[in-house]
Design a protein around this ligand. Structure first.
Ligand code: 13P
Length: 250
């Protein structure tokens, strides 16, 4: 049985005060979230603070991005070793906002995935199609291509030690959630593709859904056979909303 994981991606949001408030709200309610695994991914600069505030909590933390390089003249980058110094468990790689706004392609994402693993972090690999791609009927091709870049560089076994997040771009921040069946269809496709390469990896890997997950729709999504939790944007910025989603996975 795969455990449910609910991870909050805070994106470019927060302040010293709001981070303290949010973490205190989450820790106050975490006891009611059963065996749901929980993680938060703050902006880099708040990671040390979050690490301190979560020292006695079951809630893990991670980064929203990671350098593909280990060290050196790479201005503005944050390495896996640095994230490790602050107790990160996870590193999100290939979020659609990195891909579409900052031009990060499949190969670059694969190198970031490799960098996370090398530093002992669990990559949360984001995949997903745009609205045009869905309308063209090439959702599976796109997701396949995004996965293949990582499998080619790191091998199929590496996927077993990671988390995959299926985030249809058209559902992110739009209020348009994929229906549970639409999401399940793509999750089943991903798991089936992995099973064709290694059944044990397919059985083990957690595949999260992301895109306008809220307290009101989380339970329905999480009961689908191949949906093992969620990667949450907007609703992860409110402790009560986030906890409601975590409880839906319990
Ligand atoms: P929203 O939950 O705000 O749609 O964002 C989803 C997302 O991009 C999480 O990584």
């Amino acid at each position: 049985m795969r455990q449910t994981l609910v991870a909050g991606n805070w994106k470019l949001n927060g302040s010293l005060d709001s981070v303290k408030q949010l973490i205190s709200g989450i820790t106050a309610g975490e006891a009611d979230t059963g065996d749901t695994q929980i993680a938060v991914c703050p902006p880099f600069v708040y990671i040390p603070l979050v690490a301190n505030l979560l020292a006695d909590s079951k809630v893990a933390w991670g980064s929203q991005d990671i350098a593909d390089q280990e060290s050196g003249a790479f201005t503005g980058e944050i390495s896996g070793a640095m994230l490790n110094d602050f107790g990160c468990t996870y590193a999100i790689v290939g979020h659609s906002e990195r891909r579409s706004i900052y031009g990060e392609d499949d190969d670059f994402t694969a190198r970031k995935f490799a960098a996370a693993r090398k530093a002992g972090l669990t990559p949360i690999l984001c995949v997903g199609e745009s609205l045009e791609e869905r309308e063209q009927g090439i959702t599976e091709d796109v997701v396949s291509r995004q996965l293949d870049a990582v499998i080619k560089l790191e091998g199929i076994a590496a996927i077993g030690d990671s988390v995959i997040a299926y985030e249809p771009v058209w559902a992110i921040g739009t209020g348009k959630t994929a229906s549970p069946q639409q999401a399940q269809d793509v999750h089943a496709f991903i798991r089936g593709k992995l099973a064709g390469l290694d059944q044990s990896v397919a059985d083990k890997v957690q595949i999260l859904y992301g895109g306008s997950v809220k307290g009101a729709n989380a339970a329905e999504l999480f009961t689908m056979a191949d949906i093992d939790g969620g990667l949450i944007g907007g609703a992860a910025l409110d402790a009560d909303d986030f906890l409601t989603i975590c409880k839906a996975g319990a």
